[in-house]
Design a binder for this molecule. Structure first.
Ligand SMILES: [Zn+2]
Length: 263
């Protein structure tokens, strides 16, 4: 149903999971309204009870915050045991994020910056007034307020990317709607960490990752075709790939290109 990039989410089915409990871990619970803070070793884990079937543990970048979404009927002991059994995994994720943050802090934004597969030299200009981004003569200029940090620069770039995909995608969607013979009810664009796109087959809506603006337009087109075909075939079954090959014979090359970009 969606194109997955990477996953930092651990999901487990409730009935299948029984775990041994590590007594070395020091545990206690602080209750606060709907959410609980579960202390496991030196990890403070936010636990939220929700009307869901499976327990879900997520480590969030950039700071490595840990959250658990748990079914309302689940006992605290069960959640605690689960968290203990995943401690090593949690720490591994956090050290990955720390490393990534350290690299980012050192190097700043990537240079060159890619727009639709074309490299542009990055130029950061500090100037009073509204921040803006311009692209000309092979240069991408970020005009930011004096002293603007990396986060502010990144936010400006992200906003620009979002608009670029929002402006470009509709024409391609219309083109492929005509060819495939489907109609999407709405398009949403946002920056996503784990997917290039997704399709809600019930609502018939399509979601695209704003990061697609970095890759050649064919990659955006491939994701659009992929998601539109889901309006006919919700799962990745044989018929789905038959249709994908029929409409976009080179889809494997484009998928590979997007996969390489994950690193
Ligand atoms: Zn899919």
């Amino acid at each position: 149903m969606h194109l997955v990039i990477t996953s930092t989410v651990f999901s487990v089915c409730l009935p299948g999971f029984l775990t041994s409990f590590s007594r070395e871990a020091f545990l206690f619970i602080l209750s606060c309204n709907m959410m609980e803070i579960l202390q496991v070793g030196n990890q403070q884990i936010e636990v939220a009870y929700k009307p869901i079937k499976n327990l879900r543990l997520t480590v969030y970048p950039p700071d490595g915050r840990v959250k658990i979404a748990a079914p309302q009927s689940m006992t605290v002991d069960f959640i605690r045991n689960f968290a203990v059994s995943r401690l090593t995994w949690i720490e591994k994720q956090q050290s990955r994020y720390r490393l990534r943050a350290a690299v980012r802090e050192k190097t700043g934004l990537e240079d060159p910056q890619f727009i639709w597969g074309v490299p542009y030299r990055l130029r950061i200009v500090e100037k009073r007034g509204n921040p803006k981004m311009t692209v000309e003569n092979g240069e991408l200029t970020l005009q930011v307020r004096p002293g603007a940090n990396l986060e502010k620069q990144q936010a400006l770039l992200d906003a620009w990317r979002l608009t670029a995909v929002k402006e470009t995608a509709p024409q391609l969607i219309e083109k492929w709607e005509r060819i495939i013979g489907v109609k999407a009810a709405a398009l949403y664009v946002r920056k996503m960490k784990t997917r290039w796109g997704s399709c809600n087959c019930t609502r018939r809506t399509i979601r695209l990752n704003s990061e697609l603006v970095k890759w050649s337009p064919e990659c955006l087109e491939y994701v659009i075709v992929h998601e539109l075909i889901h309006l006919i075939e919700p799962t990745h079954n044989r018929n789905f790939y038959r249709l994908l090959t029929q409409y976009m014979p080179a889809w494997k090359v484009l998928r590979k290109r997007l996969r390489l970009s994950q690193n």
